[in-house]
Design a protein around this ligand. Sequence first.
Ligand code: ATP
Ligand code: ZN
Length: 334
Amino acid sequence: MDDTSNAYVPGDDASVAPGDHSAMARPAQDPDTGRRAYRQALIDARVLFPSTVDGIYGRSGLFESIADGLNYAVSKLGADQDAEVMRFPPAMPRKDFEASEYLKGFPQLAGTVHCFCGGDREHHRLLARLERGEEWADQQQPTDVVLAPAACYPVYPVVASRGPMPREGLVVDVLTYCFRHEPSIDPARMQMFRQREYVRLGTAEQIVEFRQRWMERGTQLASLLGLPHEVDVANDPFFGRGGKIVADSQRELKLKFELLVPINDGAPPTACMSFNYHMDHFAHAWPLRTADGAPAHTGCVGFGIERLTLALLRHHGFKPANWPQRVRDVLGGI
Ligand code: ATP
Ligand code: ZN
């Protein structure tokens, strides 16, 4: 910790010096103790504004200035990518969501948008139920809209609709709030959070090369930010018994790596960036084709803006004015 005034001061065992990789060890205490403590510290310092729902927070000016700084740092890192910028709202068409097969892997995380579609009679029933404190949401009807589960999903149908890609493929720069139904007292596990991504579309070789390059860049960024970190192979939380087989195979094929940073005292380190190779999965959902007409491969590097912000606050304190100058510079001078 560089900042002693107004900084989050966890238990003695949690003073993690930047670059201190022993901090990746997993102490034996109940991991929720550290999670609750950090969450409370963030709320007490008015960095995050809590709500009645776990994982839904308001963000302060301080939090947003760090988030903006991170986006600036990522943009600088990706300046040579000639990326096409796409910004989507935190929602996508239900049809595209169905095509992505997200419900096969993660039905437990998905969020769908339902609305009132009735007439006067249904409206009265709705208000009466509300008044009596009864359940009313089961009267809502599904719309054509679902919440975006990951920043890169809306990209694929857009690119596919253009026809075959140029020989060099494509890099797309996206940033959006995502929704995942995973309520938690862990401040680093929110239900709505931002992913900044570079998405690579092209041949298998292009994706593998891109992912390798970004694993190096992500590691470099974490070092520049003074965050202790390690990169490890990972898997997504696929649902159910069948999901375990998919997750094992994802690990075996090394399709997903994560950059982990200790955030919560006494808890395992948290995935703050991920480096994913989807093979040609999305070319089965949409007609994504290379210049040769072959099914395109895709991959993405994702920066968890909220988690990285929480990691910076955790390791450098709640006053950016007292952070190491180098870290402030990387963030564009916050
Ligand atoms: P985890 O294993 O921790 O659930 P994930 O592997 O599912 O995360 P990805 O799907 O790879 O995460 O998402 C990319 C990045 O988005 C993650 O590396 C992380 O930084 C961020 N992220 C994912 N889930 C959350 C969440 N619930 N709250 C905040 N950030 C998140
Ligand atoms: Zn992605």
